[in-house]
Ligand binder design. Structure first.
Ligand SMILES: Cc1cc2nc3c(=O)[nH]c(=O)nc-3n(C[C@H](O)[C@H](O)[C@H](O)COP(=O)(O)OP(=O)(O)OC[C@H]3O[C@@H](n4cnc5c(N)ncnc54)[C@H](O)[C@@H]3O)c2cc1C
Length: 213
């Protein structure tokens, strides 16, 4: 390899964006992947461009919420009994990461990474000819009642601390913003500056094509 060449392992959205940025900076880039570009996680993610996702999953108090979910076979966090012991080192680190000072460090790192991501993706998509895939209609985060919303209070406070634009919404505001939302959802937050990608797979494929031009 020449001195200005670089190899990237993985042609998901992360590898492809990195390749694009390096090529623009004058590097010769080769991306290695046995799979079709963007066909793994970058195919089925929700496409959210969330500058405000500064709150990590491991927030203070997570141990109280997680403990009951671990043993409930219908919950999203269920771990089979036989796997609890092997998974223990990971859980210890996860709980350690929920200390308030560690949460603040992680949130600061996430904030640095995510700031201006909607603008960066808008420019990138424009660059590679798929500007139509980037939508800037904001995000709605919805709850059935104020009790459920208040369980996430610490996460929302953290987002507010980092300057995220947030509007509290009631049932009437939800219906006005998105009439298709079920009546079950009664309150929440609207984040007007967040964006989304309407087809993450097409976005990855467009990037892969641009990288081979
Ligand atoms: C259900 C779900 C929803 C999500 N929603 C969002 C969202 O809305 N917004 C968001 O930002 N993130 C979301 N995520 C996270 C999201 O998946 C990632 O942000 C993004 O798709 C990760 O891209 P990636 O390139 O790291 O991974 P991938 O798209 O999985 O790409 C990794 C690539 O590396 C290749 N690879 C792995 N090992 C090797 C190897 N040894 N040699 C060569 N190639 C290798 C794989 O084949 C794959 O193509 C979501 C995740 C899930 C599971």
């Amino acid at each position: 390899m020449q001195n200005n060449s670089v190899a990237i392992i993985g042609a998901g959205i992360v590898g492809l964006c990195t390749a694009h940025a390096l090529r623009k900076a004058g590097w010769q880039v080769t991306v290695f992947d046995a799979q079709d570009p963007g066909s793994q996680c970058s195919f089925g993610n929700a496409g959210a461009l969330s500058e405000g996702s500064v709150a990590p999953l491991a927030m203070p108090g997570v141990i109280r919420q997680a403990a009951s979910m671990l043993l409930d076979s219908t919950s999203a966090l269920h771990v089979p009994l036989a796997y609890l012991l092997p998974a223990m080192p990971w859980f210890v680190r996860f709980i350690g990461a929920s200390r308030p000072e560690r949460v603040r460090q992680i949130a600061t790192a996430l904030h640095d990474l995510l700031t201006e991501s909607v603008r960066h993706h808008t420019e990138l998509a424009h660059d590679i000819g798929c500007a139509h895939l980037i939508k800037t209609t904001g995000q709605l985060h919805l709850y059935p009642d104020a009790n459920s919303r208040d369980k996430d209070k610490a996460s929302w406070q953290l987002k507010a601390d980092f300057g995220l634009a947030m509007q509290s919404v009631d049932r009437a505001a939800i219906a006005e913003l998105e009439p298709a939302v079920s009546d079950t959802y009664r309150c929440g937050w609207f984040l007007p500056d967040e964006g989304w990608v309407s087809d993450p797979f097409q976005y990855s494929q467009a990037l892969a094509r641009a990288n081979t031009d």
